[in-house]
Structures are given as structure tokens and as C-alpha cells.
Design a protein around this ligand. Sequence first.
Ligand code: SF4
Length: 433
Amino acid sequence: MSKKLFIETLGCAMNSRDSEHMIAELREKEGYETTDDLSVADLILINTCSVRERPVHKLFSELGGFNKKKKQGAKIGVCGCTASHLGEEIIKRAPYVNFVLGARNVSKICEVLHKDKAVEIDINYDESEFAFKDFRSSPFKAYINISIGCDKSCTFCIVPKTRGDEISIPDELILGEAKKVVAKGVKEIFLLGQNVNNYGRRFSGEHEKVNFTELLRRLSQIEGLERIRFTSPHPLHMDDEFIEEFAKNPKICKSMHMPLQSGSTKVLKEMKRGYSKEWFMNRVEKLRAECPDVSISTDIIVAFPGESDEDFEDTLDVVRRVKFDQLFSFKYSPRPETQAQHFTNVVDDEVASNRLSYLQGLNNEIIDEIHKKLVGNVYRVYFESLTKDNHVSGRSDNNVVIKVKGSEELLGEFKNVKITEIGRTILTGEIVA
Ligand code: SF4
């Protein structure tokens, strides 16, 4: 009988891909199969996120629960970003944890498995050319890492401390991976990196100069590949060449994530984001001029230290002008090992909560207004998952999530769908010829 692996993944798409890598290594080299039932697992992994405070608190309560429910002799490993920054402390606080594996060390999963109390969290470890075994949780869409780490030093962000310096994965490896998944029937790839459009800044060894725009061009030559998505581009690196390629290349999905963080140039400076409100608006205008159907999503941090009412007004101004198709907003929370944790001009919590709810209310109004206009529109949808209410859901090229009545036979298919009903996060439609 095969050994059983239970894995819980928190956080972003990069963490999901790291989990796929660990599953692949454990399957091929150690004979593990995944299970959803924690009580039968021989190995329990929690792949953590530390971008926000809540997942870190959740980690220790979850670990306690896992320890109570696990079968005798089962091992527990803590992986990912929180593993990177807490390291040994995890084993001190939860001594039943068998090993700790940082976000930049996932290739060592089979090693640490056999070393009790191992802590592998070296953020300088270079996995950019590691030949991971292959496992994909979806047969329709494939995540592909194009870089590891981040070279920026945004003052609120812990990622450079958990994932280390940025290194690009050689384009020939990325192209090889993409060709392999397309040969298996995948029609959509999703490129991952902390700053995808900074691709090519540094490789591990000698390498020809290739930037992100060129990488997109090369990938789009792959026959059978229909869609390319990516996350996250950095507004600072959205040069004209990139925006023009994005607009004219039919394989690149017309949805762009542009993490604004704040609409105030003063706050952006404090955050060390490297761009101003004007630059951000200029890039949005260029993007919309080149590609009128593009959908734009963003991230906003509310109540960063020192954010005044005027600064917040600047954020609202950008939101009203851009009308983002999707907005992820959070109240600022200080993260360990970041510069901003030492900033003393903290915004009062009640003010912060009021700003967040105002922003979210405004965004909901905008989304409702955008969605109302979509009724009757026809989109080409790529179906990827079944919903609980006997529907099948997928995304349009510009990232509208749409469901239709149907079952498995639609999975992995492209269909034209007419929108019949709107919702805030998912629309309903019917297939048309
Ligand atoms: S660009 Fe800034 S926010 Fe994004 S991962 Fe790097 S440091 Fe964090």
C-alpha cells in the first residue's frame, strides 16, 4: 500500500505551485499518494504564507489540531514562507513538528523527510534550475514558475526575506515545461513570479539577454497552446514594448493585474514602490488605449503608516478613475523583518477599518455597475472546474468567471457563452453557437 500525504496550501499561486512540486517529488521518489483524510496520512504538510498576519496565527492553531488528529507515527512538516522566517521557532513552539522547510528549499523535501527536526530555510539556495518531478493538480491549466525570489524592497513586504533574491529560470527550461504540458492536453499556462515583467534581470549562470516580452513571444509560438496568463507584473516595469505585445498577441489573455497598493505618491514613496500615482495612471491609460477590452485587477493596502485622509482620497481617486474589474484590499498589518514595522506614524485602527469598508463599498458599486453591462455579451470561455450546484465554470479571455449548467464533458473545452445573470464574483450564462 502506498504511503499517504495530506497537504494544506495557504497563500498565493506560487505556494500552490510549490505544493505541486513537493507532491511530485514525494510521489516519484518516496511513493506517496495524496489524501484528503488527515487521520490516515503518514505525512502531513502545511505550506504556509506570511504575507498577512492571519495565516501565521492560524498556523499554530492548525498545527495543534493536526497533532491531535494525526495517526500514530505520522510526521508533520511546516513549509513555505512562514517556515522561512520563523525557522527553528516553529519546532520550539510546536515540538511535535518533524521538520521545517523554507519557501526556497522545496526541492529538499525528500531529504528533510528523513532528518528529524531538520530546519532548511536558506533564502540564498538556488533552485532556479532544479529539475522537479512533474505533478499538476489540474489537467487543463498549468502553473509555470519563471523566476524565484524578489529584488525589490517594498517596506511592507516580507517576501524578499522569505524567498530571497530574484533569479530568472532559463527560458529554455520554461519553454520545455510549457511544451510538455501542452503535449499532455493543457491549453492554458499561467506564468508565475513575484515580478514577472522583471524577467531576465539575473540568471543563475551565463545566459542570453531575454526579457519578459521576448519570453511571451517565444511561448506564444508553441503550437496547441491557446492561452497565456501571468501574475504579477509590477507597474514600474510596464514599458511600452510590454504593453504593446500584451495588446497584440492573441494568445495573451487580456487581463492584467496591476498592484497599486496606494494611490498617493507620498505613500508609494514610503512604501518604496518605485512609481508615482501619475505613472500608474499613465500605464493604465496606455494599456486601455492599446487594448480597450482589458480587465484590470489590483491590490490595495489601506492605512499604511502615515496615510492621511488626503492620501486615502488619492487612492479613491485612482479607484474611481480606473474602475478596477477586481480589487483585493487589506488593512495594513506590520510584518516582521520589514522596514515598515518600525514606522511609528501608525493609523488609528478605527480609521483604518472605516477606510477599508468605504473602499470595499465603493468597489462593490463599481463591480455591480461593470457587471450589469455584461448581460447579453458573449465570451469565449475555457471550462476548468465543476461547481457544487451542477454547473461548470471557467474564465473568459479577460478573466470574467462564468458558469453554465453542465457536467464533466465541458471540462477542458472552449465554448461561446452568453451572459444571462450577474453576480458579484461569478456570472451565469448559456452556451451559444
Ligand atoms: S515587489 Fe514588493 S510587494 Fe512584491 S514581492 Fe517584491 S517586495 Fe513584496
